[in-house]
Design a protein around this ligand. Structure first.
Ligand SMILES: Nc1ncnc2c1ncn2[C@@H]1O[C@H](COP(=O)(O)OP(=O)(O)OP(=O)(O)O)[C@@H](O)[C@H]1O
Ligand SMILES: [Mg+2]
Length: 479
């Protein structure tokens, strides 16, 4: 299947220079009063020799791999590769690898050989070093800061992985592979790009010179089974009572905004909330990168599109939204409102598409309102602030705050209702909140969810629609 030939052995590439760590040995000082009340800062332990050996072994493997990869690319018949089945390809790669290893007099143990063949296969058919992380279900996010540093998020915590790229060229090759597959380009004149991987994961890359120390890549992995309401309750993201309240809110068609910071769980919350929508309704979703997975039968999905390299062909979220209004939706879900589409979103919420939902980047309900006001101002709408606020207060019923806390846990830290206007100010009332009380010695947050004691402004509406929530759910939790 492949045309092969033997190459003249080349000089081994020079080993990457290992940076000497600068000693941080300032003369020990007597602790000052301030230093004593400070928490001790964890110091990086000196590397044991075993891990030094392990690192050397990895470096050696990586050298061999790059060498072999080059040979493979030169020797493989790429056209035939497309039709090759996995096991044929694996055995062919392993055969070529053994041949090259033999000519070079390199002896590897079984594990290393297995690892090498796997990496070569990933390199040829997939996304190289990223492939292992993409296949690891415990990894949520992958963050690459240049070729030598890959962070991953596991169970809410960012940790550095031991996977690296050989060098910037290697990283760039993988980035190119991803973006060219979706018909985009990334280079000096066009240094950042958004794309979606074949498995649905969200991908963003920024390359030098804008990325100063090597390309920056962020991947939000696509979860096949999105977390549902029950999962989130089980994880302690919110309580059963809050879930009952949210069910009433979504079912009775309140307009909901999920607010939160980056990676706080906004999309996950939005997706889970959508499960309360009746199956008979027609839902249209608009996203930059399609992430939502609605369970209903009648769903129309749209994905906006940035301009191409010549600056043409853009379909903005606002264009999608305007068009969606002509498509007779019962509800509209906008993945994230961040620009001029806010005007149409508020209008839709006000005029017959109640029950619509979106997310915004904000740190609290009040902050969320300011964000909406700013977005309206930035869209060039000249309206007195009171008119803007009145538009917002009549459009938005509920703001759900999602937060990623310092221990990595994600929680719904507040549910706030918008109840109208008092003078120039939008009035709100918080119904549920996460009450933090402290921190365990291993930095886990101690706290509990509680109702604030305020009865919902919409309780009569809930009752009329058949969601007669017991008064007890509005009572504060006593701990
Ligand atoms: N309560 C939770 N418990 C555990 N993991 C969660 C929880 N909520 C969300 N996640 C996970 O956290 C990651 C980020 O979630 P999500 O995509 O919903 O965040 P986001 O706020 O929409 O992020 P972005 O700002 O990047 O759009 C996902 O991998 C998701 O599966
Ligand atoms: Mg999101």
């Amino acid at each position: 299947m492949f045309s092969r030939y033997k190459k003249q052995p080349e000089a081994q590439p020079v080993q990457a220079e290992v940076k000497a760590t600068t000693p941080t040995s300032a003369a020990p000082q007597a602790p000052t009063a301030n230093a004593m009340i400070r928490k001790p800062v964890a110091k990086k332990a000196a590397e044991p020799t075993a891990s030094d050996r392990e690192r050397k072994r990895k470096e050696r493997l990586s050298e061999i791999k790059i060498e072999l990869h080059r040979e493979l690319l030169e020797n493989l018949n790429l056209a035939a590769l497309e039709n090759a089945n996995e096991s044929d390809l694996r055995s062919e790669i392993s055969a070529i690898a053994s041949e090259v290893l033999e000519t070079k007099n390199i002896v590897l143990n079984r594990d290393d050989r297995f690892q090498l063949n796997k990496e070569l296969y990933d390199e040829v058919t997939g996304l190289g070093p990223l492939e292992t992380l993409l296949q690891d279900d415990t990894v949520n996010d992958i963050l690459v800061n240049g070729p030598q540093q890959i962070f991953v998020e596991r169970a809410g915590k960012l940790e550095i992985s031991d996977i690296t790229f050989k060098d910037e060229k290697h990283l760039m090759r993988i980035i190119d592979k991803i973006v060219s597959a979706v018909g985009r380009r990334v280079d000096e004149s066009n240094p950042y790009v958004d794309a979606r991987l074949a498995d649905g994961s969200r991908f963003n890359a920024m390359v030098p010179p804008i990325a100063v120390d090597g390309s920056l890549v962020s991947i939000r992995k696509f979860k096949k089974d999105k977390l549902g309401i029950d999962d989130l309750v089980n994880f302690g993201a919110f309580t059963e009572e809050m879930a009952a309240y949210l069910q009433a809110a979504v079912s009775t068609r309140l307009n909901v905004i999920v607010s939160g910071g980056t990676g706080s769980g906004k999309t996950t919350t939005l997706n889970a909330l959508s499960s309360f929508i009746d199956d008979a309704e027609r839902i249209l979703t608009i996203e930059d990168t399609a992430e939502l997975q609605l369970q209903q039968t009648h769903v129309g999905r749209m994905e906006s599109r940035p301009p191409n390299v010549e600056g043409k062909g853009e379909v903005s979220p606002r264009d999608c939204l305007k068009n969606a209004l002509r498509m007779r939706p019962d509800r509209i879900i906008v993945g994230e409102t961040r620009g001029a589409e806010v005007i149409d979103m508020l209008q839709a919420m006000n005029t017959g598409h109640d029950g619509s939902m979106t997310t915004i980047h904000a740190n609290s309900a009040r902050d969320g309102i300011s964000r909406l006001e700013n977005m309206i101002a930035m869209a060039g709408i000249e309206m007195p602030i009171k008119a803007v606020r009145s538009q917002i207060s009549s459009a938005v019923n509920l703001i759900v705050q999602a937060s990623r806390l310092q221990d990595g846990s994600r929680r719904m830290t507040s549910i706030t209702e918008i109840t109208g206007m008092e003078g120039d100010v939008i009035s709100m009332q918080e119904i549920f909140r996460f009450q933090r009380v402290g921190l365990t010695p291993d930095n886990k947050i101690i706290g509990h969810f509680t109702a604030t004691g305020v009865r919902s402004h919409y309780s009569e509406r809930f009752r009329l629609w058949g969601f007669d929530l017991p008064a007890a759910i509005y009572e504060p939790t006593t701990v």
